[in-house]
Write a protein that binds this ligand. Structure first.
Ligand code: BGC
Length: 350
């Protein structure tokens, strides 16, 4: 079968090659890969900046935003041939740490977790893949190819779940949320904010085109410029930062309302200096009981929450998030970001 493979750490090593078909274990599903979403992490791995191959191997099968159809399922697994499924990305560390022992592998404490298509486990970027039935999630068949948006939605389902748990430390009736960045993560953050009935504003650099249209279609406001310009005099109760840009991260800390929560989801690039008044920022965080926290990955509970969020979303809105579909053989094109991209998807059947 054909698979997208890469030698982690080696820029330019990405290729589509023939590899042996996977052999399902006793508790595994055999799945036909339908589509694969591409995100910043995949581009980092493809450019040699991130990723780890499985032990004893040089190359890794890339891909963690999966979508597939079950070809073969063990009896009693709860799955049958034809089911539309996605695979959970992370597996608990083998020790396991306290969080992993509780099924909260997204909060792994010793960083010895492994991840499909990212860290020491082959991913879902192949014509067929296998998955433990316990780490497969069944999708509403009506979603069809939109199911490829499941994994990024789980990342936001977790972020929102964490925001609500943190908020519950004291009286918390949020009204306004600001999302920075109108890529897939920012737009899905805005969708989940609107599903909660909140007033949502989204900030991005792009001034026209599909991003402002998608934001307005949600009943949210679209802004360009600075956070200060977007929020006005009173800070929002929640900020979800989805760019990783240092300036925006610190502006968010400064502009959040009293008792507000800043959730950082963007993976920043290191090595860029920024002058900030650290004393003023930390003083404000203390005097206003603010919480700044980071959020990554998702556990099985978040996959269930994301299933509900996707089912409740407008399908034509979701379909507009997928701005490019690329045949498997041309995967290299998917690694080149285009300014008009939101989500780029590789078609594993073409
Ligand atoms: C994935 C997460 C993963 C993280 C770090 C992200 O792109 O969505 O599931 O935990 O990368 O490897």
């Amino acid at each position: 079968m054909r698979a997208i493979t890469v030698e982690p750490g080696q820029k330019g090593s990405l290729r589509v090659e023939d590899v042996p078909d996977p052999v399902p274990g006793r508790d595994d599903l055999l799945v036909q890969g339908l589509a694969l979403g591409i995100c910043g992490t995949d581009r980092e791995i493809a450019s040699g900046e991130y990723g780890w191959p499985p032990e004893g191997h040089d190359r890794l099968i890339l891909g963690h935003e999966s979508l597939g159809r079950v070809v073969q399922a063990p009896a009693g697994s709860g799955f049958t041939e034809g089911d539309l499924v996605v695979g959970v990305v992370r597996r608990p560390d083998p020790v396991p740490c306290g969080a992993c022992a509780q099924g909260e592998f997204d909060m792994c404490r010793n960083n010895r977790y492994v991840e499909r298509g990212i860290k020491q486990l082959d991913g879902f970027g192949s014509e067929r893949w296998t998955i433990e039935a316990g780490y497969a999630v069944k999708l509403d068949p009506a979603l069809e190819y939109l199911g490829v948006l499941m994994e990024p939605t789980t990342v936001l389902a977790k972020a929102w779940d964490q925001i609500e748990r943190i908020g519950a430390r004291a009286w918390f009736e949020p009204r306004r949320v600001l999302v920075t960045g109108a890529g897939p993560i920012g737009l899905l953050a805005a969708l989940l904010g609107r599903q909660r009935g909140l007033e949502v504003a989204v900030l991005d650099r792009v001034t026209e085109g599909i991003k402002p249209e998608l934001v307005r279609a949600l009943g949210a406001e679209y802004h360009t410029g600075t956070i200060a310009e977007a929020v006005g005099d009173t800070g929002p109760d929640i900020i979800i930062e989805a760019t990783g840009a240092g300036r925006l991260v610190f502006d968010a800390m400064e502009k959040i309302a009293s008792g507000g929560i800043v959730c950082l989801t963007g993976v920043s690039t290191s090595g860029r200096d920024l002058r900030v008044d650290a004393g003023a920022i930390s003083r404000e965080i203390v005097l206003e009981n603010n919480v700044i926290f980071g959020s990554v990955n998702a556990n099985l509970r978040h996959y269930q929450l994301a299933t509900v969020a996707l089912a409740a979303a407008d399908r034509s809105w979701l379909s507009r998030l997928i701005t490019r579909r690329i045949p498997l053989a041309d995967v290299a094109e998917a690694m080149e970001p285009d300014p008009d991209d939101i989500k780029v998807v590789v078609d594993l059947t073409a």
